[in-house]
Design a protein around this ligand. Structure first.
Ligand code: ATP
Length: 236
């Protein structure tokens, strides 16, 4: 069982208050969407969880363990996987090389070849393309590689930063179906998206950030029914 709790988080960049007391819970085996317009604080929240941005106040708890002050490397080791915005791939490295970058030998989850077999089962489109360089892949395939690199270490919580960005609608659907499958297999998911409609279709819970605070939160299905999300985006 893995859950991620964020308690009353404050983050500043100099005089800019990017997060002003954000609290949220990503429950075990659920998809928690973090929505919000440009500049609302989504990336800052993710940076604070990963140990990159240093919170001025507040805590981040993974299964009740306080991970607030851990380095980014220690945060990743504690069980948080990140699929960064824009994928952050190395153009000249192959699909397999990306996966092996994320692989670690000290985690349960079988041998390296078991882990690779699992990934190629998850991403049939990448089968037979193990040695293809990332630069030769489509946007959707690159997103699969970025997700696979984060999954291979067997994270308890997987955070995805705008996975739909720059993808054609059909590919967005594929990526979101994959995220649903990972949730169904027991991974706790935090899905950061500007594309609220797409994210709410698969999310269990959602939080909408506006100007560094949680403006609206609740069951995703309920948020789809009302216009609260749109109002939050518009700052109403
Ligand atoms: P986007 O979708 O554009 O990435 P976001 O919701 O992720 O937006 P953040 O990037 O977290 O929002 O930004 C939150 C606030 O902090 C904004 O006002 C932004 O201008 C400010 N900010 C972000 N990074 C920095 C930085 N390095 N220095 C100063 N201010 C920053």
């Amino acid at each position: 069982m893995a859950s991620l709790k964020i308690e009353d988080l404050f983050v500043n960049y100099g005089h800019v208050q990017a997060l002003k007391g954000v609290s949220m819970t990503a429950e075990h085996g659920a998809i928690t969407a973090v929505l919000g317009a440009n500049g609302s604080g989504k990336s800052t929240l993710l940076s604070a969880v990963m140990g990159v941005a240093r919170p001025r106040r507040g805590r981040v708890l993974l299964d009740d363990r306080d991970i607030t002050r851990l380095s980014p490397t220690a945060t990743a080791r504690s069980g948080i996987g990140l699929v960064p915005e824009g994928r952050a791939l190395f153009p000249s490295l192959s699909v397999n090389e990306h996966f092996l970058l994320g692989a670690r030998k000290d985690l349960a989850g079988g041998t390296e070849s078991d882990q690779l077999a699992y990934l190629y089962d998850l991403f049939p489109a990448l089968r037979g393309r193990e040695d293809t360089r990332a630069v030769m892949l489509s946007g959707g395939e690159q997103q699969m590689v970025a997700i696979g690199r984060a999954l291979i270490s067997g994270p308890k919580v997987l955070m995805l930063d705008e996975p739909s960005l720059g993808l054609a609608p059909k590919l967005i659907d594929q990526v979101l179906m994959l995220v649903e499958r990972l949730r169904n297999e027991g991974t706790t998911i935090v899905l950061i998206e500007q594309n609220a409609r797409a994210a709410l279709e698969i999310a269990d819970h959602a939080y909408v950030l506006h100007a560094g605070t949680v403006q609206v939160s609740g069951e995703a299905a309920a948020l789809t029914q009302e216009d609260a999300v749109e109002r939050a985006y518009l700052g109403g």
